[in-house]
Design a binder for this molecule. Structure first.
Ligand SMILES: [Zn+2]
Length: 208
């Protein structure tokens, strides 16, 4: 197994080339850009790939989530139960390494309860660089859900959650322009494997 810091160095080396081909699906380190995202709304993500978060996620244990009938059978839940404003949609173009916003930004006041959308296991629950305080959950269908910019985290790494388990409160930690929940769904653990979070929830019968 590679040393995380060696992978990091490699990513930073890759960066030199990646910055020149921004918008291509190259995976690598920071772009170094600090321009605001392509939106005039407050309460959204500052655009950035976060190496710190990706390395934490890559190094996290891979919990078994399949085959747990009691967890898998639970119904799905919305991540927020109060009204929100979508301040940045999925795949808005910007200065992320893959060239677009990898999640959806839902603006809500600081302290709004945030819920697990499905059953699974908490993979990360910690400070996560530009994602701020973030919770990542591996769901029973092996997808990963990332909740970013939380004000407070109320689950621990390794904890089993059900749909509707409160995982924390929303906030504005990390790189943001104001309070919001960054909600991201990945088909695999790696950056760039993101899928449309609205369609994903729709497949489970939820209208975001
Ligand atoms: Zn975002």
């Amino acid at each position: 197994m590679d040393e995380p810091h060696i992978r990091g160095a490699t990513r930073r080396e890759v960066l030199g080339g990646a910055a020149a081909v921004l918008g291509s699906p190259v995976l690598g380190g920071h772009t170094g850009t600090r321009e605001p995202p392509d939106t005039d709304s407050a309460g959204s993500c500052g655009s950035d790939y976060d190496e710190e978060f990706e390395e934490l996620l890559e190094a996290a244990p891979d919990p078994e989530v399949l085959g747990d009938r009691s967890l898998a059978a639970a119904r799905w839940s919305r991540p927020l139960r109060r009204r929100f404003k979508v301040t940045m949609r999925y795949k808005v173009r910007g200065n992320w390494l893959v060239g677009y916003h990898t999640g959806i930004d839902l603006a809500v006041p600081r302290g709004t309860p945030v819920y697990a959308v499905g059953s699974g296991v908490v993979v990360l629950a910690s400070w996560s660089g530009s994602y701020g305080k973030a919770v990542t959950i591996k769901l029973s269908d092996a997808h990963y859900v990332v909740y970013g910019h939380l004000n407070r985290i109320s689950v621990a790494r390794g904890a089993k959650v059900r749909a509707g388990t409160r995982i924390g409160n929303s906030g504005s930690t990390g790189r943001t322009t104001g309070p919001h929940l960054h909600f991201e769904v990945r088909a695999r653990r790696q950056y760039g494997s993101d899928i449309d979070p609205v369609r994903y929830l729709a497949r489970h019968g939820l209208k975001l």
